[in-house]
Design a protein around this ligand. Structure first.
Ligand code: SF4
Length: 505
């Protein structure tokens, strides 16, 4: 098969992370306490490929672009970064996607800022761009087009942009423009340096293609956009679209046919599928889960990419829907938990009101800490394990706000979860604000980070041994993580002694 358009990414993205999506986050940090090779293997092992180097699973964003190009008649395919040389003679356009090209996004930037060491994802991406095969492709006149949610990061790396000969950077949803750009690249016509695709050019439901090959860990999109309008978020700028059940079913089938043993429903808020604004409706959610479980059978994993804490509380309080979904569709002898990412961001109602006034809706922002705790309790009782984020250094944050966040983390101690502190990165409506870096960290931020660490250590063993990494083949990964936890404990103990932070565990 001759491919003129090759899509790829670096190793940290082209991996299924041992079938455990959460392990992928480890690639956003530098290797700490263990050799880089072992760190990379834990976070991003190589993926199975066919004789042409086409991966069995590939990042969902790349799959969407690949599908659009195939539908438009291009000879395009995703190729694993270790197999690009097989296509060097035919390749005319090289497209590279990433969700964090230069490790400026969360949580890479915090790791980098705290340790002073370059995160693995950045090292790995630079390695790809400087690899002999990519350099040779460029010398032969191959056009390089990059894009994905981290496209904005190229504006901070103009020297590398020029040095590596990147022809075009595309930011935003590409479905409506990509065929035209690739056509121009193939015809050697001049290409724009940077394309920003605004909400008005977002594709309609009909223009969003169905993926042709499996996505990493069976990720399938059920919605695009988010109605909550948090000021630090770029997703919210996109129009809201609910993908019809038939299309979701088709993509699940693509994954199951490829032998993927699980599905991740992707949305910024899974519980808003089919909703009226920010008020979830039971019927579409029941239909969605009924269909998904019917398709994947009882032995496959199921996860939600993201859910809002307000929606979790609302659907349970109003309809007992979390319990119903978990009892009737999700949990069984093989599926013993459901993983999800959730955003706490702050424990301060004052700051919540300024920065994310609708995050707590339909509850008022004044009630935010209670909404968070109630949602955590509901998840704990229903075997949902959240990975939650906290954002430090938000514009207009005061020491009192940070203390309220610390208090909230204390309240969340009884609930099985991981809480990850992140530093503010200027995105969305707050694009023009300053980055929050190591120089800005104050004592109260260190207290919050320490509390998150304590919370994670408190729950890590329980999660690893009872739920997340139980499978015998993951024994080496468990061992690697335990080594890292031991090392981190020692390091953090030293720091707490120096800073005289009271230690709980
Ligand atoms: S709820 Fe999440 S996805 Fe929606 S606007 Fe806020 S941060 Fe963005």
């Amino acid at each position: 098969m001759v491919y003129e358009v090759v899509l790829t990414t670096d190793r940290t993205m082209m991996s299924n992370h041992h079938g455990k999506e959460f392990l992928g986050f480890i690639a956003t940090g530098p290797a700490i306490g263990i050799p880089e090779k072992l760190w990379l293997w834990i976070a991003a092992p190589k993926i199975k490929v066919d004789e042409l180097g086409r991966p069995r699973e590939a990042p969902y964003g790349l799959r969407k672009v690949e599908a659009k190009l195939i539908d438009e008649g291009f000879k395009a395919a995703i190729i694993d970064p270790d197999h690009l040389d097989k296509h060097l003679d035919t390749m005319k356009v090289l497209m590279i996607g990433h969700h964090d090209f230069f490790a400026y996004g969360p949580p890479s930037s915090e790791w980098w800022s705290l340790t002073g060491k370059e995160p693995i994802n950045r090292i790995s991406f630079k390695r790809l761009m400087e690899s002999p095969v990519v350099r040779k492709a460029k010398e032969r006149g191959v056009k390089i087009i990059v894009g994905g949610p981290a496209a904005w990061q190229w504006l901070w790396e103009l020297d590398l942009w020029r040095k590596w000969g990147v022809d075009t950077v595309i930011e935003g949803e590409v479905e409506k423009v990509i065929a035209d750009i690739v056509e121009k690249a193939l015809n050697d016509e001049p290409l724009p340096d940077y394309i920003y695709i605004g909400p008005r050019d977002s594709p309609s439901l009909e223009e969003i293609p169905v993926i042709k090959g499996a996505s990493v860990n069976g990720l399938v999109e059920i919605m695009r956009g988010c109605p909550r309008g948090c000021k630090f978020c770029s997703v919210t700028l996109r129009p809201l679209r609910h993908i019809p059940l038939d299309k979701i079913r088709e993509e699940i089938r693509v994954n199951i046919r490829a032998g993927i043993n699980g599905i991740i429903l992707h949305s910024e808020d899974v519980l808003l599928y089919g909703a009226d604004g920010v008020k979830p409706k039971p019927e579409p959610l029941l239909k969605l889960h009924e269909m998904v479980v019917e398709e994947i059978g009882e032995r496959s994993d199921l996860a939600w990419a993201h859910a809002s804490l307000a929606a979790i509380k609302y659907v349970e309080d109003e309809y007992k829907l979390v319990s119903k979904l978990m009892d009737e569709y999700v949990l069984n002898d093989y599926r013993r938990f459901l993983g999800v990412e959730v955003g706490i961001e702050t424990g301060s109602p004052r700051l919540a009101k300024i920065i994310m006034p609708a995050k707590s809706a339909p509850y008022p922002p004044e009630k935010w800490p209670d909404v968070v705790e109630d949602a955590f309790r509901i998840m704990h009782e229903n075997k949902i394990i959240p990975a939650a984020t906290i954002i430090l250094g938000l514009p207009q944050e005061t020491p009192e706000d940070v203390m309220k966040t610390a208090e909230l983390i204390d309240r969340l101690r009884p609930y099985r979860s991981i809480i990850v502190p992140m530093f503010f990165v200027p995105m969305g409506a707050l694009k023009k604000n300053k980055w929050f870096l190591r120089d800005h960290i104050k004592r109260e931020h260190i207290d919050v980070m320490y509390k998150c660490f304590e919370h994670a250590i408190y729950w890590a063993e329980d999660i690893m041994s009872k739920f997340y990494l139980k499978e015998p083949y993951l024994f080496p990964v468990r061992m690697g993580l335990r080594l890292f936890i031991k090392y981190a404990r020692r390091k953090v103990r030293k720091i707490t002694e120096q800073l005289e932070i009271p230690v709980k565990t």
